[in-house]
Ligand binder design. Structure first.
Ligand SMILES: [Zn+2]
Length: 295
């Protein structure tokens, strides 16, 4: 049973929204690609975990702190006698282990994911002990793409068998397991200390409505529907406007919104009358001429 679902991290959402609006440095672009691929890999793995039929509590995407060390867990599955700690990797291309060192095929050293797994395991064990939960943890590194060989690594070709194996275990959960799951949930931190989002200011961000599919600026506006000249995706005015306002809130959380600001943010494509109308219908008005987002 999934107790905590996965959603795109704030960091990923911010970078995605920034990408069309400013010129990201190569390293930031690479980071955005890595985050996107990582997220896709985790979602892929969730597809496998959905097939778990034994009693279990599955918590995705936890950010915890133990003794001043932060650690992030891709998936944790609590069963009767074991907790499974999964670190999911979506690496493409060739990697190999050179002793304890993990390398790309061209020889460049990459952060060894097994060391990361060991660190997370140790911190999670301390977390369990600290709160008095006596459940063993088994760590696994999951590659959703073909990857190097090592113990404790689950390859895509073995995933089906692995899930089948898990399902053949006996598992009856009790109050203690729920307590552990609750403790993990309530300890989850929502603000990541690891953020690598580049610095930016409102004034330097490109204004306009950007295609949700290809990221190019959308200019074909007929009054009701927007069309992307680049990929031909269509979107209605309301949805494009709300999406842009959400991006505004995400990228400029401290800024107040007004009709004029939304008008400017969207590159002047929407008549102010339309903005006022859509905002009134979808957002809470607070004060005069200001909106806070309403969901
Ligand atoms: Zn497009």
């Amino acid at each position: 049973m999934f107790i905590k679902n996965r959603s795109e991290s704030e960091e990923l959402r911010v970078l995605k929204a920034l990408n069309p609006r400013m010129t990201l440095e190569e390293k930031d672009k690479q980071y955005l690609t890595n985050l996107t691929k990582g997220f896709e890999g985790e979602v892929m793995f969730d597809g496998y975990l959905k097939r778990i039929v034994i009693q279990s509590l599955i918590l995705n995407d936890l950010l915890l702190e133990q003794h001043h060390s932060h650690f992030q867990i891709d998936s944790l599955m609590i069963t009767q006698s074991l907790s499974y700690l999964f670190e999911v990797k979506n690496f493409e291309g060739e990697y190999y282990f050179d002793g304890d060192t993990f390398r790309k095929f061209n020889g460049t050293e990459v952060k060894n994911p097994l060391l990361q797994l060991e660190r997370n395991l140790s911190l999670l064990r301390q977390f369990f002990n600290y709160f008095g939960f006596n459940i063993s943890i088994e760590p696994y590194l999951v590659f959703v793409n073909p990857a190097p060989l090592n113990r404790r690594i689950i390859l895509p070709t073995n995933l089906n068998r692995f899930i089948h194996q898990l399902n053949s275990n006996k598992s009856t959960l009790n109050n203690q397991h729920s307590k552990l799951s609750d403790k993990l949930l309530s300890s989850h931190l929502t603000k990541s200390p690891f953020t690598k989002v580049p610095k930016y200011e409102y004034s330097q961000l490109r204004k306009g409505v950007f295609c949700h599919s290809c990221g190019k600026v959308m200019e074909e506006y007929s009054g009701r529907v927007f069309m992307c000249n680049n990929c031909s995706v269509k979107e209605n005015t309301k949805s494009a406007l709300i999406r842009s306002v959400k991006e505004f809130n995400l990228l400029n959380p401290l800024e107040k919104m007004s009709t004029n600001i939304v008008y400017e943010w969207c590159g002047g494509v929407f008549p102010k009358k339309t903005i006022r109308q859509v905002m009134k219908e979808n957002f809470i008005t607070s004060g005069y001429g200001q909106w806070s987002y309403y969901e």
